[in-house]
Design a protein around this ligand. Structure first.
Ligand code: FE2
Ligand code: FE2
Length: 316
């Protein structure tokens, strides 16, 4: 698996959706589990700029190759979120994507700022911070593309399959960058390997945890991976990550599935109730209204200069 940053910079672009049969989305049905996963995935794709804000204050970003990658990566991830939102809207689920993103962010509250400070401090204290960050990047990208593959399989929705397969191609390139960069950092560096292993065993969390609650993370994991094929998918992630120097035998994803199953055994309604009750809407925060933090004091139609019925001539 090779990766050239020069080639990536030249070729990076928004995911090409030419020819996606958007008008056939409603011809096939999606289950509640599919819809739950799609909302989760869209929210996490849309969270990338805030994740980036954590990275840009770390020592890892002294590396111009990494910042060049992040500049392109952030743009590509933006279009993943945009297209998942478009898909859901066309399926018939009505929400204002920008309003939803603002609500997800506002609900993080002070914990987001505290987390930026902790990441920044940790990175400057830890010489091999980049090894940890790059390994986590590789795990996250590989988990994401594996999750999309599982959702394609579960849903059997032809248009979703087409869209997600295009997104997966981007995720593969992201994984290649992180994996190769982590391997470069870890090769012949015993100290970095020890730090990486120690940190992954203690601080790693599945993609989306923190933005999403534990029960939501479990609902996604159990819906997508709680069968033989899903288990094999997760074992294959562990196996690939275990090829990084110092990480042989690591079992993060398989362990995480076991823990989710354990919580569901203790409380049979755990996780599945979120899917059964269609709990994918995001409520605005009770304190600190969105308008206080963003320019979104007007409805999106007013911001765009449209009258409520969509007629620009009748705006204002
Ligand atoms: Fe993505
Ligand atoms: Fe990605």
């Amino acid at each position: 698996m090779s990766f050239s940053i020069e080639r990536y910079k030249e070729e990076s672009k928004k995911v090409d959706t030419t020819g996606v049969a958007w008008d056939e989305i409603t011809s096939s049905r999606l289950s509640n589990g599919d819809l739950f996963c799609l909302h989760y995935m869209m929210d996490i794709e849309n969270h990338v700029p805030l994740y980036l804000s954590h990275l840009l204050v770390t020592r890892a970003c002294m590396d111009p190759i990494l910042t060049a990658f992040l500049a392109c990566w952030n743009y590509e991830e933006l279009w993943h979120g945009e297209n998942l939102g478009r898909f859901l809207n066309l399926y018939g689920i009505h929400f204002d994507a920008q309003e939803r993103i603002a609500n997800v962010r506002a609900n993080l509250g002070f914990s987001n700022s505290a987390s930026i400070l902790a990441t920044m401090t940790g990175s400057w204290m830890l010489k091999d911070f980049s090894a940890v960050y790059l390994s986590i990047g590789a795990i996250n990208e590989l988990t994401t593309l594996t999750g999309y593959g599982a959702l394609i399989r579960k849903s059997g929705h032809p248009v979703l399959k087409d869209l997600l397969s295009r997104i997966v191609k981007d995720e593969r390139r992201h994984f290649a960058f992180y994996f190769n960069s982590a391997r470069e950092w870890l090769t012949d560096n015993r100290k970095a390997q020890r730090v990486d292993r120690w940190m992954l065993d203690r601080v790693w969390k599945p993609v989306g945890q923190g933005v999403k609650k534990q029960e939501e993370v479990d609902a996604l994991a159990l819906y997508l991976f709680d069968d033989a094929e899903g288990e094999a998918d997760l074992a294959s992630i562990d196996e690939k990550i275990g090829k990084l120097p110092g990480l042989a035998g690591i079992k993060l994803l398989s362990k995480s599935l076991q823990e989710a199953r354990g919580r569901a055994r203790q409380n049979p309604a755990w996780a599945s109730r979120l899917i059964d009750n269609e709990e994918w809407a995001v409520k605005p925060p009770r304190k600190s209204p969105i308008g206080g933090m963003t320019t979104r004091r007007l409805s999106s139609d007013q911001v765009m200069g449209l009258a409520p019925d969509g007629d620009p001539a009748r705006a204002r």
